[in-house]
Design a protein around this ligand. Structure first.
Ligand code: ARG
Length: 465
């Protein structure tokens, strides 16, 4: 065991305690962030006259060397250290001697870990947003290609009114667009640097916290040293946004699973994204969509876990907060993986346009339009609703559809029906007459697509590149 403290102790730490307490097995994940933060700290210490130029240079060179050696596989991060901070500091001292012992001046592991976790999370916010954007591009392409791919729209999973595939994909575009904007907000709100807050009450050294913050690409320093070391709100916000991304992916997966079923047959998932059964040779299963739906649970789990961990913690830093890492790392990696796989599956999926259109024509999806037709002929909507209800009932009894009835049969139900009813209840008419903003007609969809395209052209990620 190698630890940074021990002066006031007369006994060795119990082995089990040491292992229970240690975080190196997982915080090694942000060794680069730890080194980046330490370099900024050393540069600031020199500017403030706390380190000499020579000491600073040796520290920066030593830290850079550690980073390169770990990256190149020449230096292994081993469990003999308590955490990544101890590993880096001990290695630095081994490499450069006395100057290395000065790096921790005016710093505590509490503000150090707060910084490392923030740097790591900030980069991951961008990575997740990039994956979300990749999916948005796929959705936009599908929208552009499917303006007249008719399909049934559902409420209560019952056929309701006809829409188009472009419209349906457009709904998901809006959902993932909000996810992207949530990530942007989180980035802006979290982008303040905690380094220089010390253990909790700042420090007596004349640190320039604004300078350290600018070296690390932050908007500025955080404003309260106790909050700085005790704040994990940004992580909770991020996990909440990730949970929402997964909720969206899960709903989408559920639809794809239904659409891919023998009963619907709307889509065919590409062989590269399907799996077989060990016993039933005919099967091609939508495992990727099912797994994405299933993995939603573990991301929600990470959110609930950190909310629960944080709820009883008095100010300022407490060791409970070490629990912020493992599940967060897992959730972040899970979401990135799910987004990438889902995008690949969607891109390669075949839509069976004929099946979708035929399905849209069944199930009286034009009943609302038939009622609207009567309204056009002067019948009050409530009466028209009743008339079409009776019409649908008689069609069900005769196992037929509205447009298959003769004009005489229609007139028996209402004298207001004329020859133009047939055009009014055609699938194309039902969709193309829906011209309100956000509706499925091609005209309305073209407007929506324009806005989606602009959103992607003005991506907030471009500023972060
Ligand atoms: N491993 C700790 C964590 O992840 C680092 C901070 C430790 N600070 C301390 N005073 N023990 O939270």
């Amino acid at each position: 065991m190698a630890q940074l403290w021990g002066g006031r102790f007369t006994k060795e730490t119990d082995q089990l305690v040491y292992r229970f307490n240690a975080s190196i097995s997982f915080d090694r994940k942000f060794y680069e962030e730890d080194i980046e933060g330490s370099i900024a700290h050393a540069v600031m210490l020199e500017k403030q006259g706390i380190l000499t130029e020579d000491e600073k240079n040796r520290i920066v060179k030593g830290l850079t060397g550690i980073r390169e050696d770990v990256k190149g596989g020449r230096l292994e991060i081993t469990d003999e250290y308590e955490d990544i901070h101890s590993f880096v500091e001990a290695n630095l001292i081994q490499r450069i001697g006395e100057a290395g012992k000065k790096l921790h001046t005016g710093r505590s592991r509490n503000d150090q870990v707060a910084l490392d976790m923030k740097l790591y999370t900030r980069a991951e916010v961008v990575h997740v947003a990039e994956e979300v954007e990749g999916l948005l591009h796929t959705l936009l392409t599908l929208m552009e290609e499917n303006l007249d791919t008719y399909m049934p729209g559902f409420t209560h999973l019952q056929k309701a009114q006809p829409v188009t595939l472009a419209h349906h994909m457009g709904a998901y575009f809006e959902m993932f667009k909000r996810d992207s904007l949530r990530l942007k907000d989180i980035y802006g709100r979290m982008n303040y640097c905690p380094l220089g807050s010390g253990a909790l009450a700042g420090t007596t050294y004349p640190l320039d916290r604004g300078y350290t913050a600018s070296l690390l690409g932050f908007e500025g320093p955080t404003l309260n040293s106790m909050d700085s070391v005790a704040d994990r709100d940004y992580l909770i916000e991020f996990l909440s946004a990730l949970s929402t991304v997964m909720m969206h992916l899960s709903r989408f997966s559920e639809e794809i699973i239904l659409w891919n079923s023998n009963e619907y047959g709307f889509v065919e998932i590409d062989d590269a994204y399907s799996t077989g059964s060990s016993i039933m040779p005919q099967k091609k299963n939508p495992d990727i969509a099912e797994l994405v739906r299933g993995k939603t649970g573990r991301v929600y789990g990470a959110l609930v876990s950190i909310l629960t961990t944080m709820k009883g913690i008095p100010l300022a830093y407490n060791k409970d907060m070490q629990e912020d890492k493992e599940l967060s790392f897992d959730a972040i990696d899970t979401v990135k993986g799910c987004l990438a796989l889902f995008n690949g599956m969607l891109k390669t999926m075949k839509f069976r346009r004929k099946v979708m259109a035929e399905s849209a024509m069944k199930g009286f999806t034009n009943a609302t339009d038939a009622a609207d037709y009567l309204v056009g002929k002067g019948v009050p909507f409530r009466d028209a609703h009743g008339i079409i209800g009776r019409l649908v009932l008689s069609c069900i009894e005769k196992n037929t559809s509205i447009d298959a009835l003769s004009l005489e049969e229609l007139k028996e139900i209402s004298p207001f029906f004329e020859e133009d009813i047939y055009d009014a209840v055609r699938l194309e008419t039902c969709v193309e007459k829906r011209l309100t903003a956000g509706a499925p007609s091609q005209e309305a969809m073209k407007e929506a697509i324009c806005a989606c395209r602009t959103f992607l052209e003005r991506s907030w990620l471009k500023e972060k590149a």
